[in-house]
Design a protein. Structure first.
Ligand code: SF4
Ligand code: SF4
Ligand code: SF4
Ligand code: SF4
Lengths: 346, 315
């Protein structure tokens, strides 16, 4: 596998050069704040490579909080009256700089839902296909990072095209895909890192993994029946503090639920895809007025059962969580998925 | 405030053992620094799990509405005022409750702590009015009073206004507090400046409604933003819709808001939503001489009519 050495002195210059062919996204330090958010970088903006994590996940690059899917007109004089049309959309190449490996891995989990053998969500898939993920290895994991136990990890390459490893005055860029190679070329970075680079990355990886303090296990969850978990007696206690604010699902890189809304202004209208959350009562409200998940405890259970059981059973995969810890950090009442996973696994 | 916990456990344990209550609502230790989790305890033995420190800012009155049990609730000043509001608004019955009042000395705003450090906070320990904070690469001892939630530093009702038990002696209330300096600043702005101020304030809002859900006042079975037949408010991040939500919610809290700060604490985007409610809270005081939740005997000004209302602002 090819490893390129990028001298940090050439970093900003390379980014600038790559802009000719790519639109750049990255962590942006929020002015006067202690955290960063993921977003499109302005003309002269450079990504905040020191950000441990972004407050919201980078999922919005392919799954924005609201997105127009279709447009229509109600104007009877128009020949397109009442016809839903796909608006023109452009998907220029995007380079996602400094995405953390677990966030890129989360894209793969979300892909299972938006890109199946039967259906392909064109909005998500087109945006995703346009992305080149230039990930940054986690070398100083946060207290809440439990990614090593979720099939991801601080140096996880599965969702990436290039893995950058901080080696002091340079980045070691491990080329994972052709897409990644093309990006490095566009940025003008091509200096081979030398024979010892692979070993160095491996050593840094071990070091980073050793720093991760928390973990989850879900082996037993796999064996248990849905009903056993569904009817477990800890849900009332687990759900008590929850205020159903949905924050956990909004900050999560793997939560994919959305609502479809029509908005009409005068004679023109749009059909939108808008973030939604299983934590909200409206999410499951039927037109009859019946709500199968009327009570808070049912909604809390749904979130954890989906992430830690249904997903696993349906896709015969791990859990629907990459262990970024955002939901724990942002929950106003400290509901901790690690604890719930432990209860379920118990 | 740390010393309160033994007394809290003692009272809670006794209430449960004597069968005076079916459950006690309080806090248990959180899984990360400066966080505790609201919880309930049903067995006397489990009161050991209860904690009390300066990280109990969530308003526990929020967990009462509509409950049927006999409940012991651990309540600081603002919580008791929202309990009063709940009682007045028939969300809970007074005789269902045993209120374990906690004289409060202010709650810590964990964002203010995070802002002072370059790296993530690993540990924060409270000691005699100080907080010893360890981050991933630094350690510092900070004064608690510099870290208080904004609403706590201007609070003039730290003591519970209604209680059946007390976890400690009452504390001295803060005097000569200028509660409305920030509101006056906004009031003095031109219309255009105000507009920009609120646009900037709401720009990061993701419309998760955590502010609403954390608020004990927001107990409507279906909030107007969740109505779908008809639908009053759009669901995107269009500023018109965000604005509509915030303005309407604030008005709905007029004369009821106790300035407990739960809304601000809950907002994942760190938006100071009190900028709305505080103006109305100030108006309720200026126009009706009203402070919310001070007595179970009185109804809030906006749901009563008195022939001798001052009404100076209408005339
Ligand atoms: S963030 Fe916490 S309180 Fe909000 S819905 Fe999620 S678990 Fe519940
Ligand atoms: S469930 Fe929580 S820890 Fe897991 S990926 Fe989502 S936000 Fe991260
Ligand atoms: S609006 Fe905010 S400050 Fe006022 S009562 Fe509700 S949560 Fe407390
Ligand atoms: S909690 Fe914050 S982000 Fe969520 S709706 Fe309220 S102000 Fe907006």
């Amino acid at each position: 596998m090819e490893i390129i050495k990028i001298n940090k002195k050439d970093w900003n210059g390379g980014l600038a050069k790559s802009r000719k062919a790519y639109r750049l996204y990255g962590p942006i330090r929020v002015a006067d704040k202690y955290f960063s958010e993921f977003g499109a970088l302005a003309e002269d903006e450079v990504p905040d490579m020191s950000a441990t994590d972004t407050r919201l996940s980078p999922k919005s690059i392919a799954f924005p909080p609201s997105e127009v899917m279709l447009e229509y007109t109600l104007d009877e004089n128009s020949e397109d009256c009442n016809i839903m049309k796909v608006p023109e959309k452009e998907y220029p190449h995007r380079a996602i700089i400094g995405i953390r490996p677990y966030d890129a891995a989360a894209y793969l989990l979300v892909k299972k839902n938006f890109d199946t053998s039967e259906v392909r969500d064109p909005y998500w898939c087109d945006a995703y296909d346009a992305c080149t993920f230039i990930g940054l290895a986690v070398q100083e994991p946060s207290l809440l990072d439990f990614s090593t136990s979720t099939n991801s990890g601080p140096f996880d390459e599965s969702g990436l095209d290039v893995l950058l490893v901080d080696a002091g005055d340079s980045y070691l860029a491990k080329v994972i895909t052709d897409k990644g190679k093309a990006y490095l070329k566009a940025a003008g970075w091509g200096k081979e890192a030398g024979k010892d680079a692979a070993g160095k990355i491996e050593a840094l990886k071990k070091k980073a993994e050793a720093k991760i303090q928390s973990s989850v296990s879900f082996d037993n969850i796999r064996q248990k029946s849905v009903m056993e978990l569904f009817e477990a007696d800890f849900w009332e206690d687990t759900a008590f503090a929850c205020m159903n604010c949905g924050t956990c699902t909004y900050v999560c890189p793997t939560c994919w639920c959305f609502d479809i809304q029509d908005e009409t202004h005068g004679k023109k209208g749009v059909r939108l895809k808008v973030w939604d959350s299983c934590m909200y009562p409206l999410f499951t409200l039927h037109t009859t007025g019946h709500n199968p998940r009327d009570a808070k405890v049912q909604r809390v259970r749904q979130r954890f059962m989906h992430k830690l059981k249904y997903f696993m059973d349906k896709y015969e995969d791990g859990i629907m969580c990459v262990g970024c810890g955002r939901c724990i950090r942002s929950c106003p009442v400290n509901i901790d998925i690690r604890n719930v996973c432990q209860l379920m696994n118990g | 405030m740390l010393a309160y916990i033994d007394k809290i456990k003692e009272i809670s344990g006794k209430l449960l053992k004597d069968g005076k209550v079916d459950m006690v609502i309080g806090f248990r230790k959180g899984s990360m620094p400066m966080m505790n989790e609201p919880c309930f305890v049903r067995e006397a033995a489990d009161v050991q799990n209860l904690v009390w420190d300066s990280n109990c800012g969530i308003n526990l009155a929020n967990y009462l509405a509509g409950r049927k049990e006999k409940i012991g609730i651990i309540a600081k000043g603002c919580d008791t005022r929202n309990i009063v509001t709940h009682i007045v608004e028939n969300k809970i019955k007074r005789d269902q409750l045993t209120i374990i009042g906690v004289p409060c000395k202010g709650m810590i705003d964990r964002r203010k702590v995070s802002e002072r450090f370059e790296k993530e906070i690993i540990e924060a320990e409270e000691k005699n009015g100080s907080v010893i904070v360890k981050s991933a690469d630094a350690e510092d001892t900070l004064k608690k009073e510099d870290l208080l939630q904004d609403n706590c530093s201007i609070c003039i009702h730290r003591n519970p206004v209604i209680y059946d038990e007390l976890a400690a002696d009452l504390v001295e209330e803060q005097k000569d507090v200028d509660r409305y300096a920030d509101v006056r600043k906004i009031e003095a702005m031109s219309a255009g400046e105000k507009w920009r101020y609120f646009e900037d304030l709401l720009a990061p809002c993701i419309r998760c409604y955590a502010c609403r859900n954390a608020c004990p006042l927001c107990y409507c079975p279906t909030c107007f933003v969740d109505e779908s037949q008809p639908q009053w408010v759009g669901k995107t991040l269009d500023p018109v819709d965000s604005r509509t939500f915030h303005f309407l919610r604030a008005y709905h809290c007029a004369g009821r808001c106790t300035d407990c700060g739960s809304c601000v604490r809950a907002c994942p985007m760190g938006i100071d939503v009190r900028a709305f409610t505080k103006k109305l809270e100030k108006d309720a005081l200026d126009l009706f001489g009203w402070e919310a939740g001070m007595s179970v005997e009185e109804r809030p000004p906006l749901d009563t009519f008195k022939p001798d209302d001052p009404e100076a602002f209408i005339k």
